[in-house]
Write a protein that binds this ligand. Structure first.
Ligand SMILES: [Fe+2]
Ligand SMILES: [Fe+2]
Length: 295
C-alpha cells in the first residue's frame, strides 16, 4: 500500500516514531502529550511500530483505531505480536488483521516523502512452527521479498527507512537465545541495499545502535513505549530528523531525561518484567518488578 505525501516541502524531514502504545494499558498522560506534540509540530509523518493493544481485544482496538484515525499527518502502522487475536485462534489464522479495519489503509502502508521512503517489513506472524510462544519475530522469505521489492521500486538515491515491530537481532548477546528468526540475513540484505535505518519497537526502551553485518553497517533505531508497561525508562517516543545524510534521534519524554540516558546499549529479549539480571537496562532506570494488571 502506498501513501504519497506532498513534495511541497524541502529541507530536513522530521518524523515521530511511536511504539508499543498498548491500549488497555496505555499511559493517558503520555498519549495526550504526544497528541499535542503532533498537532503543534506537524511532523512530516508518524511511524507506529506495533503493539497498539495489550490483548487485541475489541475495546482496545476501538480505542487504538480512534486515536490513530484522529492524527492529522501521514501515518504508517506496523503490526505487533500483541495485535493479532489472542483468544480467538480461528480469527488469528483466517483474518488476522480484521480488527484493524478502521485504519486498514494505514496498516503496513509505505510512505513516500521527498527523497525518502518508509517501507514496512512484517516481523509478526500468525504462528511459528519453530517454537512457542510466538511473541518474538520471524522475517519470512515472503515478507523479506515484499520489502525488497518495495525498496527496489524506488529511484536510486532514495533514502529508505524500514519500519518493523521486532528488532532484527537474531540472537541474544548474553546466551545466544533465538530472538528474531532470519534476522541476521535480513539485516545483511538491508545493509547491502543501503538502507538508512530500521525502526522498531517491542523492547519498551529506546535504542540507537549500529550493527556490523557482512554487507556493511546497519543502523537500528528502537522507540520506547507509550504504555504503563515500562521497562527501565519513562514513556517516550523518538523524534527522528533526517537532514541530508545525517539522521538525528531524540528520545522525547515527559520526565526530561536526556536521550543518551534513555537508550539501552544492546537489544534484550522483549519487554516482559522483571528483566533478568544481566539484561541491558538504560542508565536512567529501575525496572518495575511486575507489570500493572491488565483488566
Ligand atoms: Fe510491546
Ligand atoms: Fe511486541
Amino acid at each position: 500500500m502506498h501513501g504519497k505525501v506532498s513534495d511541497m516541502f524541502s529541507g530536513p524531514i522530521k518524523l515521530f516514531h511511536l511504539s508499543d502504545i498498548h491500549f488497555g494499558l496505555e499511559d493517558r498522560r503520555a498519549l495526550s502529550w504526544v497528541e499535542a506534540c503532533i498537532t503543534r509540530e506537524k511532523p512530516h509523518a508518524v511511524a507506529i511500530t506495533g503493539d497498539l493493544t495489550m490483548r487485541a481485544r475489541h475495546r482496545e482496538f476501538d480505542a487504538a483505531n480512534a486515536w490513530i484515525s484522529a492524527l492529522d499527518v501521514p501515518v504508517t502502522v506496523e503490526v505487533g505480536n500483541h495485535d493479532l487475536p489472542y483468544f480467538n485462534l480461528i480469527e488469528r489464522f483466517v483474518t488476522p488483521y480484521k480488527r484493524f479495519a478502521r485504519i486498514k489503509r494505514l496498516v503496513e502502508a509505505q510512505l513516500d516523502l521527498p527523497g525518502l521512503a518508509i517501507v514496512p517489513l512484517k516481523t509478526t506472524t500468525r504462528g511459528q512452527w519453530q517454537r512457542f510462544p510466538w511473541s518474538n519475530g520471524w522475517v519470512t522469505e515472503r515478507a523479506l521479498d515484499e520489502t525488497l521489492d518495495a525498496i527496489d521500486s524506488h529511484p536510486p538515491g532514495t533514502r529508505i527507512l524500514i519500519a518493523a515491530h521486532h528488532p532484527l537481532t537474531e540472537r541474544r548477546e548474553r546466551d545466544g537465545k533465538l530472538l528474531t528468526i532470519n534476522g541476521t540475513r535480513t539485516m545483511e540484505v538491508l545493509a547491502g541495499r543501503g538502507v538508512a535505518a530500521v525502526l522498531s519497537g517491542h523492547i519498551h526502551d529506546p535504542f540507537d545502535l549500529t550493527v556490523d553485518t557482512a554487507a556493511g553497517p546497519l543502523r537500528m533505531i528502537g522507540a520506547g513505549t507509550l504504555s504503563r508497561r515500562i521497562r527501565s525508562t519513562p514513556p517516550s517516543f523518538n523524534e527522528i530528523v533526517i537532514d541530508g545524510a545525517r539522521i538525528h534521534v531524540t528520545a522525547r519524554n515527559l520526565e526530561h531525561v536526556a536521550t543518551p540516558d534513555m537508550q539501552i546499549r544492546q537489544v534484550p529479549e522483549n519487554a516482559l518484567p522483571p528483566r533478568e539480571s544481566g539484561e541491558p537496562v538504560a542508565p536512567v532506570g529501575a525496572v518495575p518488578p511486575v507489570d500493572p494488571p491488565v483488566h
